[in-house]
Each structure stands twice: as C-alpha cells, then as structure tokens.
Design a protein around this ligand. Sequence first.
Ligand SMILES: Cc1cc2nc3c(=O)[nH]c(=O)nc-3n(C[C@H](O)[C@H](O)[C@H](O)COP(=O)(O)OP(=O)(O)OC[C@H]3O[C@@H](n4cnc5c(N)ncnc54)[C@H](O)[C@@H]3O)c2cc1C
Length: 440
Amino acid sequence: MVCPGDRGYDTARAVFNGMIDRRPLAVIRPMDASDVVGCITFARRHDLPLSVRGGGHSVAGSAVRDGAIMLDLSGMKALWVDPATRTVRAGPGLTLGEFDRATQAFGLATTLGVVSTTGIAGLTLGGGLGWLNGRYGLACDNLISADVATADGQLLRASAQENEDLFWSIRGGGGNFGVVTAFEYQLHPVDLVLAGGLSYPLEVAPRVLRHYDDFVKAAPDELSTAASLGLTPAGEPTVSIAVCYCGPIDEGERVLRPLRTFQSPLDDQVQPMPYAVAQSARDEGYPSGRLHYWKSGWLREVTDGAIETLMRFVPQMPSSASGVGLQQLHGAASRVAPSATAFPHRAEQYDFLILSQWSEASDSDRNVQWTRALFEAMQPHLEESVYVNNLGDEGSGRVRAAYGENYPRLAAVKRTYDPDNVFRANQNIDPSTDIVGGEQ
Ligand SMILES: Cc1cc2nc3c(=O)[nH]c(=O)nc-3n(C[C@H](O)[C@H](O)[C@H](O)COP(=O)(O)OP(=O)(O)OC[C@H]3O[C@@H](n4cnc5c(N)ncnc54)[C@H](O)[C@@H]3O)c2cc1C
C-alpha cells in the first residue's frame, strides 16, 4: 500500500494521460484474487470510494480518483498458456506486449490493441480492437471465461455456462460489474504477418482515402487496416495507411498489391515481420505521461464531405505528435450480432479518433480547442455512437451512446451484481436506470 507522503506515491498515482493529476487516499497493489476481495470488502466496510487500474491507459483516467482507494492490479501478471487447447489464462495486470511475448513463444495470439503498453484488462472489458479483428473478432469475442470479484465480496466464474449474464456484460460493458482477477482467452496460430505502413502527401489524401475505403470494404478477413492523418516532425501534413495481413504471406502480397500500387507512396514499409514486432511498431509514438485529449465516433463511410473536413483541419493541427485515425472494425468482428455481447457496434466501419497529444501544459488550450472544432465539424459524417474505450469524461449522454441498444440490459445486470454502484469509477452504467432506458 502506498499513501500520500510515502516514497513512490506520485509514481503510483500517475496514469498514461498526463492531463490526469489525481490524489487517491491510498494505492493498494493486490497480488492475487483473495487480496482483491479483501480490498473490496475493506473499502465497502469503511465506505471508501474505489477505482481499478489495469494498464492505466484510459484517457479519462478512470483508474485513479481523488480520495479513493486505487486498486492497482499491475502486480497480477501471472500467465499460463495451454498450447494443446490453444488457450491462455492471464492476469489483469498484463500489458499487451507482455501477453503477446508469452503467447508468441508458442506461435499463438489473440486480438488485442495496437500499442503494446496498453493493459489487456480495460481493453478487453470495453471490446478490444486490433490487427487481428477481421479474422478473429475483438479481444472480448475471444474471451472464454473470467474470474470476477463482485461488490459483495464473492469470487465468481463468468462464462457461457456460469453466470452467463455477467459474462455477457463484461464483454463490452467495462469494469462496471466487478474486478476481473483472471481472463481466459482463445488463442489462434499467428506467426509472420505482412504488416507496416504506406504514406502519402496530404494533397493526394482525397484519392488515397477514397481508394482505401473501397479497397478495405472488399478485403478478406485476414486483412485489418487503419488510416491516419497527421504531421511529420517537420510539420508536413501526410496521410498514411497501416495494414496487417495474418494469412499466408504470398497471398497477402497478392491481396495488398492494388493498395500498394494505385498511387506511388512517399514510403512503403509493408513487409513480413513477426506478429509481436507488428504489435509494438507504434509504441514510440505513445510514451506515457504526455498530455492527451481525444474525441471519437464511429464512421461508416469515408465520404467526400468527411475528406473535405479533414483536409481543412489537418494542416492546422497544433501538435505533430497528434493524429486523426480511422481504425477499421472488419470481418469477424463486424459479423457478431449486436446483442450477442455487450459491445453493440457490429458493422463494417471505422473507429474515428482524433487523438491529440502534446508535451507542454501551456499548449493545452490550443490543442483542446482544435480537437473540439474538428469533432464538431465531423458531426454530420459520424454515427451518434462511440467506442467506450475512447471516451474521456464526456457526460452520461455519451456513455449511453457507447453502450447503445444494450444499455437497458446492462443496467439490469448492474442491479444484480452491483446495486450500490461500488464500481462507478468508469464509463458508468447507472443501476437505477429502468429496463426501458429511463432514470428511476
Ligand atoms: C496509446 C493507446 C492506444 C490504444 N489502442 C487501442 C487499440 O488499438 N484498440 C482498442 O480497442 N483500444 C485501444 N486503446 C484504448 C484502451 O482500450 C483503453 O484505454 C483501455 O481502458 C485501456 O485499458 P487499461 O487496462 O490500460 O486501462 P485502465 O485505465 O487501467 O483501466 C480502464 C478502466 O477499465 C476498468 N478495469 C481495468 N482493469 C479492470 C479489471 N481487472 N477489472 C475490472 N475493471 C477493470 C476500470 O474501470 C478502469 O478504470 C488505446 C489507448 C491508448 C492510451
């Protein structure tokens, strides 16, 4: 346990987003599930608010709250791979990189996100969109079971056979239902992938983005992609396309040829590489502690109007560390029924994210204003829904938009497992919401 005044307190309370500067009452680092149950029981007995930290990457900083007990799970990194059943049991303190390293030793992997320092816990509980989503679905689609410490101090197994409603809810409903002390995932054979990026000057972005949109809609499940717009360190606006093909390399070369040849790129870094290398290729751009402000929404189509808006705003981007991303939700991830798991956004579409990051607090106003103005200008092109894992502190309307049509069922499950809203330091599902979706 680390308390205010203790050595290491400032490090222990820091999270990925440097905008978050909160002072918990204590940071407690459980080593196992019984410690977690003990912490929940202690916090409830003394009526203390609780927050839960996995990898600390929530941009909203929900892992840390002023005056709360911060349950920091980063010490719980146990991991057992069973190569015979192609499954893994993984502790909630693991980062994506730690998970991938261990499973890749057996030539296995499952869908996780695209920056290896992110925590598996928050990512999976909100959905989990990454380079394998077209072939294998989201991270939450690969969850077989989870051990969950609930608000009343029980340790439950959630799976398709046990506590099914809890299992349904933690696949997209975030940390609202309890603290997951272990995740069990399905793994898949993944070895070399054909991955990397293509970049172009912004002048050709309309042609590039239109071609990209047509191309990826017809792409096989093995190919997952993302487009992004930003500035080079020298301030030149660019558009890039990143790809990851997880089938046979020669087949991937054939599939990707039309994308690589329709327009000469400034740079083409697409090449065969070990999956774990592709998974950490973006890490350098996302060091911990920078100041972050994000806005996002789902985008069904890259229309001329959307492109025109991006062309207007990107050259004015205040920080060359920022980016505007279109991460593709595709294939297997899009074909799951919206009500089959709590994650409702099942369609071929892009997770449109304005990811602003900068280093000096004096630049905050400029960056926040630019982000808000671009988000406002993009409104006519975006769906009303949003991916929960991108949300900042944006109010209850946006939280509803994130859980979408599954909100009423989530609220009903919340009433069963956490009627007093002990787990409220998150994108919160209010247990007092009635079944038809109104507040009681
Ligand atoms: C640089 C960067 C890259 C990203 N890339 C992707 C990406 O490619 N794909 C994608 O889908 N998302 C991505 N994200 C978003 C990411 O999924 C969320 O930020 C997610 O919350 C990170 O999980 P975490 O455990 O690191 O976060 P934390 O801040 O530790 O946790 C977030 C919340 O999750 C809940 N939680 C965490 N652990 C547990 C647990 N064991 N039990 C119960 N509740 C828990 C808590 O409510 C907590 O407040 C990215 C984020 C960043 C910062």
